[in-house]
Design a protein around this ligand. Structure first.
Ligand code: FE2
Ligand code: FE2
Length: 397
């Protein structure tokens, strides 16, 4: 089956006997081998009559996924291809959350399925990395009433070995009653966020079924297409800086709940014109009639600052990025501006304090940024001013 909202679900729903239904929720951004082996293990142990994979529109605990629902569903479908046929034929990728187009809590998903299949026993499948957040789940008691929680215990991902041996509900994570099923199996220690980070850093990812990986690069997901194009415009060391700052920017955006894609793109493009000579920058800015405040002063003191204005122009005209938030973050990453929005501050800080920076305060700013972005931003500005006063302009702009 493996279709999105396959029609054969309704045939199965006509069964009157008690069915076992396994529901697997998650963001799957992207789906990886860990997801598929967990699913396989649960299917072998529980032997469900039907499996619903319900990709989340958006997790209540995380910022919006980078890949669209359609792409994530397509990747899931591709990854399921290698499961045994007897398991595969029971699976439907359910568009429940896609239809709602909003954050949907697990209790709402379970309520929907328990209503639709009243004579059934529901199992809700999670990885053990989700256990630590269990106490924060909305309507936890209702979830535990409606379903048996099946947990694949992954080493180093939030659950201790004792749980695996004893099949005891993990009380330390806020568990209060309910049925718990510990799944044994080999679940590779992979995470979607690590895969995303590797792709965004221009590295080959591992840990995904080949068809999923091919799909990502064919569709240019997770900025893979942009990074490929940027390689033609930037030296390897400059691209490494752009990618490193984009990674930091994405983590900060995630921490502060703003769009990670905007942060990543702003930082990937921010130094695209940095390789231009001063003369070329002046020519580019004048030739394209780009408005730059205090242009004369900049030309006489440090024309290299113009790379941010030229960079924003190239990002818009050549790479066809129209998002003003991104273009402004690129434009103002050197001099800043009054009342900078959070994205601009994150870009400014990530540029200054990413892993490729070796000046003494970089690490301090980086760590501070995860505690208080405004303090980190102030420290970054102060540090940059000190460097400029000491004539080390090139190093940190
Ligand atoms: Fe930079
Ligand atoms: Fe720059």
């Amino acid at each position: 089956m493996c279709g999105v909202g396959s029609a054969s679900v309704s045939i199965i729903s006509a069964k009157l006997s008690i069915m076992k239904i396994l529901i697997y929720g998650g963001v799957f951004d992207p789906p990886h081998k860990g997801h598929f082996s967990l699913l396989k293990s649960a299917a072998i142990r529980i032997k469900p009559d039907i499996i619903f994979i319900a990709p989340a529109w958006k997790s209540p605990f995380k910022p919006a996924p980078l890949a669209s629902f359609t792409d994530r569903a397509a990747m899931l479908k591709l990854g399921l291809g290698r499961l045994p046929q007897n398991i595969k034929k029971t699976i439907t990728i359910h568009p429940f959350e896609f239809k709602r187009k909003k954050t949907t809590y697990t209790s709402e998903v379970l309520k929907y399925f328990s209503k639709k299949y009243p004579a059934s026993k529901l199992y809700f499948l999670i990885g053990s990395d989700c256990l630590k957040d269990l106490g924060k789940w909305k309507n936890l008691s209702q979830i535990l009433k409606l379903s048996t929680i099946a947990v694949g215990i992954r080493k180093g991902f939030g659950a201790c070995a004792a749980n695996r041996r004893n099949s005891k509900p993990p009380r330390q994570f806020g568990w209060r009653g309910g049925e718990f099923l510990a799944l044994k199996g080999r679940f590779p220690p992979i995470s979607s966020s690590k895969i995303r980070t590797r792709i965004c850093a221009g590295y080959d990812p591992s840990g995904m079924p080949e068809p999923v990986e091919n799909y990502i690069f064919r569709k240019g997901l997770y900025f893979s297409r942009v990074i490929k194009r940027l390689k033609k415009y930037m030296t390897p060391s400059r691209l490494a800086h752009a990618v490193s700052s984009a990674n930091l920017g994405m983590n900060l955006a995630e921490k502060y709940g703003i769009n990670r894609g905007n942060a990543a793109l702003s930082l990937l493009f921010h130094d695209i014109a940095k390789g231009f000579s001063s003369r070329r920058l002046i020519r580019y800015v004048s030739g394209n009639r780009i408005r730059v405040p205090h242009m004369d002063k900049i030309i006489s003191r440090n024309p290299r600052i113009l790379h941010s204005y030229a960079g924003a122009h190239i990002t818009e005209k050549i790479f066809k990025i129209k998002n003003r938030k991104i273009l402004n973050a690129v434009k103002f990453h050197t001099l800043g501006r009054a009342r900078m929005p959070l994205l601009d501050k994150i870009v400014y800080v990530a540029d200054m304090a990413c892993e490729t920076r070796s000046f003494p305060l970089a690490e301090k700013i980086r760590k501070l940024a995860f505690k208080d972005i405004n303090l980190a931003f102030k420290l970054a500005i102060r540090t940059k001013l000190n460097h400029v006063r000491n004539n080390n302009k090139e190093k940190i702009m």
